[in-house]
Design a protein around this ligand. Structure first.
Ligand SMILES: Nc1nc2c(c(=O)[nH]1)N[C@H]1C(S)=C(S)[C@@H](COP(=O)(O)OP(=O)(O)OC[C@H]3O[C@@H](n4cnc5c(N)ncnc54)[C@H](O)[C@@H]3O)O[C@H]1N2
Ligand code: MOO
Length: 407
């Protein structure tokens, strides 16, 4: 049986970024740039004032000098006419500096008398002037291809004139639950039935990742019903099924995928939870068959699907960020499969403690409640004691920590 790393390598070698598309900048949040973006103009476009005040040519002015005020330049206006020697113009923050002016004094540093000002301090040449192109030069690369467009990038791109950008689009992901025992939320489960909670769990994770979710509902445990739903699912960029992948008499998912030319990358990985996870491609689309047990489908989503989605979406490093932590509770050893333990993070004296969830059963939604990280425990590991140092895989933002910007 493959180990986690071997299986993950297969996923990352198989899944390729989606084709780039040009979108309005307003649609680019969270997307990765498919090509570098050049500035269309200088910013500031011309020398301008950084203060509400008075602009003049410094020449020999100094504290006590009196300058007649020869005009007013509000923001949005511009003045080409030179300012008479020895005079000043009233100017607002952001307004272009007139020719011949090189210095600005703020309102607070002058005494205003009739139609003139008296300098209270000796200004230095160029003070409170923002030079043309100081922030952005026309044609310079604003952002390189491969950069994720987050809120901090939005304003920069807009300021440089990037009204349309080429990005890797958000993956469209079809989600299908399988099993005769499932009913949709809102219906009363009868004997032997349970609610299809996996759709809620996985849709939420997909939405966190910025994906477009195409919910396909529940397929019954017959090849015919499965085939109809799988055909719909393969119209998306990626298909996720849950349930029906272990060794039960009615585990038809893999067999039915065969009708769509399924090429199996792997089936079964030496991990707990999530051993029966299935991955491959059908009609050129990546397909994940996640185990039906809720915590197994949640864990295999984090371990395989999220990296695949990030690869589809063009992120250079699709792997979950790691965080060094101190164990806040003991972990039992003696498992043959590599385990992934759900837990929460608590800040203590500038370090993070990982608190394992009380319940870790793969059938238990409780194990994921509030969970922010997964702790990998190697197969055959001895018990780990509280206080030991280790790395965890981050899934959600712990309090006080900023996501490392994906690169
Ligand atoms: N003989 C064997 N039996 C099992 C094996 C095995 O290797 N040999 N593996 C076990 C492991 S590990 C897991 S994990 C499960 C996964 O099995 P399936 O993917 O085939 O899932 P199902 O049998 O369809 O369901 C398992 C469990 O999860 C519940 N479930 C299913 N779908 C949903 C859903 N959408 N929402 C909520 N809960 C769901 C289902 O009712 C079952 O209780 O197999 C073991 N068995
Ligand atoms: O591997 Mo299964 O996911 O343990 O129950």
């Amino acid at each position: 049986m493959l180990n986690y790393q071997e299986a993950l390598d297969i996923v990352l070698q198989t899944v390729q970024p989606l084709a780039a598309r040009e979108v309005d900048l307003s649609q680019a949040l969270g997307r990765v740039l498919a090509e570098s973006v050049q500035a269309r103009w200088n910013l500031p476009p011309s020398d301008n004032s950084a203060m509400d005040g008075f602009a003049f040519c410094l020449a020999d002015q100094s504290a006590g000098a009196r300058l007649p005020v020869a005009g007013f330049i509000p923001a949005g206006a511009s003045r080409q006419e030179p300012v008479p020697h020895g005079a000043a113009v009233k100017i607002m923050t952001g307004a272009p500096l007139p020719p011949d002016c090189d210095t600005v004094v703020p309102n607070e540093e002058v005494e205003q008398r009739d139609d003139s000002i008296v300098l209270r301090t000796s200004p230095s040449r160029g003070q409170h002037v923002r030079l043309a192109g100081e922030e952005i030069r026309r044609s310079e690369i604003l952002l390189e291809a491969g950069t994720p467009v987050l809120s901090g990038e939005m304003g920069l791109l807009a300021a440089g004139g990037a009204d349309r950008v080429r990005v890797i689009p958000a993956p469209r992901v079809a989600l299908l639950s399988t099993g005769d025992e499932l009913v949709e939320l809102g219906q009363q489960p009868g004997p032997g039935q349970i609610v299809n909670s996996n759709t809620y769990l996985l849709s939420a994770r997909l939405r966190e990742e910025g994906c477009e979710v195409i919910p396909l509902g529940i397929a019954r445990d017959t090849s015919e019903d499965l085939a109809i739903q799988l055909a719909r699912g393969l119209e998306a960029d990626l298909l996720i099924t849950t349930g029906g992948v272990s060794a039960g008499d009615r585990d038809y998912v893999q067999e039915t995928l065969g009708r769509f030319g399924f090429s199996c990358g792997f089936w079964k990985v030496a991990i707990k939870p999530g051993k029966p996870v299935l991955f491959g491609t059908a009609q050129g689309k990546p397909v994940f068959g996640l185990p039906g047990n809720p915590a197994a489908s949640g864990a295999t989503f984090e371990l395989f699907v999220r990296p695949a989605l990030r690869r589809l979406a063009g992120f250079r490093d699709p792997l979950p960020p790691r965080l060094r932590v101190t164990l806040g509770g003991a972990i039992s050893g003696g498992e043959k499969r590599q385990r992934f333990v759900w837990g929460t993070l608590k800040e203590a004296a500038g370090r993070y403690e990982f608190i394992p969830s009380d319940r870790q059963g793969s059938g238990q939604n409780r194990s994921m409640q509030g969970a922010q990280a997964l702790l990998p425990v190697p197969g055959g590991s001895p018990p780990l004691e509280a206080g030991a140092e280790t790395d965890v895989l981050l899934m959600r933002l712990p309090p006080g920590l900023a996501w490392p910007v994906p690169t």
